[in-house]
Structure formats: structure tokens, C-alpha cells
Design a protein around this ligand. Sequence first.
Ligand code: ADP
Ligand code: ASP
Ligand code: MG
Length: 397
Amino acid sequence: MSITVEKYGGTSVKDSARLKEIAARIAERKKENEDIVVIVSAPSGMTDSLIKRAKEISEVPKGREFDVLLSTGEQVSIALLAMALKEVGVKAISYTASQLGIVTCGNHNEARIQSVNTDLIREKIAEGYVIIVPGFQGVCEDGNITTLGRGGSDTSAVAIAAALGCKSVDIYTDVNGIYSANPQIIPGAIKHKEVSFSEMIELAGSGAKVLHTRSVELGAKYGIEIHLRSAFDWQEGTFVRSDEKVESAVIRGISGFGNLVRISYKSDKLRLSETVNTISKKGINIDLITHTMETNGGDEITCIVKEDYFEEAVEALNTISSPEDEILVEKGLAKVSVIGLGVRSKGIAASVFEILEKEGIEIHAVSCSEINISCIITEEDLNKAQNALHKKLIEEE
Ligand code: ADP
Ligand code: ASP
Ligand code: MG
């Protein structure tokens, strides 16, 4: 039995008109006896407004109750889509993550999926139902509701596809494919027919939120092709598939994101492992680390972290620092990245620095890998940097 797994993002289910359109399309395919599992996000803007409400009550909302709150957005969508399908004569049933058994670890607000029980899905599909599942939502072993982190519905979709043994998943959104940069910011961005898993992991991890990074990691792990496409024009979009199947491109895209903070820690008796461990143990991801040994003795470690976590990171460092150590914080930073399978070997780094320098953009830190050159710059330079790099390295090439 081959099952179609498809996911609709927030803008695709934002109001009744959109839900009715999706229901009509599913009804057409159901007539052909297709077995369909649908994963939906919260209506566009709902998760943001739930976070805003939480912040009115608690300065830094987190943990169990925050997940109980955030998971409700997706529940609105599953119920409404199931109702819309029934109205057009399709047997449909919605289930929460707890009812299905989408089991995650207990790391509230950033939980990772551990297993998906497909028994109920298979049973109801055999009875002719379309199954509607909330993205982003999970349940941990002690029965508490969890969420997967912002944008996590893509990961729910790929995990469910993997558990059902599917070879592909359709992810419907508000753009008609994956572009060489965010098309909402860079008007000259070029649509790709296909992108490799490795490139997409880097693009997403560097700010291209068109796919949740962990969804692409899961796609790569289980060999599930991701078709990213529009729920507005319904045309073919972009396929994310295994590296061997995709013709390599020197530069696949430019991405970036802001809200970063630099924490510089100077000490005479600093140990890199202890410093990084102290921050990581708090569950804080460090975006970039540099370590310099000063000629006059002492070391300096610079960590770039997301603004949401920097206070916690500084608190953690205070637990290991001495009064003579120095901890400096610089807010308002961003990261711009150039991604592609040949970026390091083709000497593109020098061009990246030259382009940014010509624009008068100061580079605060750099990291390079085989397929990613990233520069830390100020947030106010981010759009200018993305535009200049895209124009010189992609449009004019
Ligand atoms: P959904 O709610 O459907 O999950 P998202 O807002 O999470 O949608 O992701 C779609 C958005 O990703 C697009 O509207 C676009 O602004 C953004 N985006 C960022 N980088 C890219 C890119 N390289 N290609 C396409 N879209 C991109
Ligand atoms: N609703 C969640 C968010 O806005 C999850 C998702 O849309 O993927 O982050
Ligand atoms: Mg998304």
C-alpha cells in the first residue's frame, strides 16, 4: 500500500478559504483511491500570537506549560481541515500527537522525535479515512505534550513519511520552490529544480527557513525525497534529494539570519572544553566558536549564540569565571552564508570578503567548511550583504 504524505504550512491553512481549497484538492485525489496522510501547521501568525500572549505573563516563557500552549495552534488546523473534508464528502479524521504516539524526548520547546507509531494511521487508512495530523507536536514518555522548535512541522511530516516507509513527501508552502536566496528579500533569486540534502541542510541551518533543518536531515537519513512546492499555484516545485542524484553547483544559495549575540570570554586559565561544555549543558547551541591565545598570556573564547539564549549562556559562564576574568557581550549581530558544494575549493572565500568590504560591511568573525562560508556582521548590514553577495556571485556569474 503506497501512502501519500503531505504537509501544509501556516499560510496554506491560514483561513477557511484556504482550508476549503485544500479539502477540494484532496477530495479529487481521494476519488482516485489515493491513501493520504496530511500534516498541518497552525494558521499563519497563530504561533507568534500565542508566544506574544505567553510573554505578557512570563518574561521568558519555556518548559511544559509553554508547550501545552504552543501545541494548540496546530490542533485548530487539524480539526478545521477534517471538518472541511467532511463537508466535501471525504471521510477524514484528525488525531493529536498523543493519540497517535509521536514520541519525542522530554526536551520541552525543542524536542526531537524518537518514534512514530503508525498502527492507528494504518488502521484508519484501511477504513478509507484521510488522516490529519498536527505538525510540530509530540508527546514524551511521561505523557506530556512537547513541541519540536519553530518551523518543526516539516520535521513531523518527514518523520511520519519515514515511519510509513514512504519514498517521498510533499511539503506545500507559500513559495513555489527553493531559490538561490529568500525570494521575498532578493528579487533576482533563481528557482532551483533540485537541491541536494547536504546543500539544503546548510541552507536551512544558515537561515533559509523554507525547510526545518531537521526535516532535511531525516530525509537524508531515510532516503526520503522532499518536494517543496506551492499550495497556491500547485505546480512542480523543487526536489530535495540525495547528493549523488543532484548535479553539483559551485554556489547553491545565499542565506542569513539575525538576532545573534557575541559573548567574548577572556581568562588566564581558560579551558576550551570546560567553557563550551558549560554553555552546551544548558541546551544552548553555539553558532560559531573562535579561540585565540593572547601573546601576553591568557586566552579568549568568542561564542556566537542566539539572542534568546545569551543571558543563560552568560549566567553559565559566571559559574566558572573568576573575578579577574572578563566577559563582554555584543548584541545586534547576524550571519550571512554562501552555500555550495565547491565554495571552499574554488577560492570563493576571498571574493566573499572583497564583496563585503567594498560594501563597507565589517566582518566580525568567519567560519568556513567544504560547503559553507559564513561571516558574522551587524544585523543592519544583513540585507545589504545578502543582496551584494547574490548579485556578484550568482546573478553576474
Ligand atoms: P510554512 O509556514 O509553509 O512552513 P515558512 O514561512 O516556514 O512557510 O517558509 C516559507 C518561506 O521561506 C518563504 O515565504 C520564504 O520567505 C522563506 N525562504 C527563505 N529562504 C528561502 C529560499 N532560499 N527559497 C525559498 N524560500 C525561502
Ligand atoms: N506552528 C509552528 C511555528 O510557527 C510550527 C510550524 O509552523 O512548522 O513555528
Ligand atoms: Mg515552515
